[in-house]
Design a protein around this ligand. Structure first.
Ligand SMILES: [Zn+2]
Length: 99
């Protein structure tokens, strides 16, 4: 089927933005966790900072998940990429609302 090629050329911009935000938050969080572990700073401030970064990452991740669940384009891409492997290619357009 040629549908797959069509979708691969178009990436959802909103998803891309959210994904970058999510990855950036995770990277910063990991960095701070590593610093925290190395320096063995057990202060409350360091702990609060870590928690804030974790929450920030969790929020970014949730937004990404929410978007991909409500964006029919993202759902279509996910199905075609096999992230929901139980779906057969025949019902892709039905379940994504493309009719
Ligand atoms: Zn999308």
């Amino acid at each position: 089927m040629s549908n797959q090629q069509y979708v691969k050329t178009g990436i959802c911009e909103k998803y891309q933005t959210l994904l970058e935000e999510c990855e950036r938050s995770l990277a910063i969080w990991n960095e701070h966790r590593a610093e925290f572990a190395q320096s063995r700073v057990a202060g409350k401030d360091a702990g609060d900072e870590l928690l804030r970064l974790q929450v920030k990452y969790a929020r970014a991740y949730t937004m990404l998940q929410n978007h991909s669940h409500h964006c029919s384009f993202c759902q279509l891409v996910a199905r075609l990429e096999g992230r929901e492997s139980e779906s057969s290619s025949d019902d892709v357009f039905d379940s994504a609302g493309y009719r």
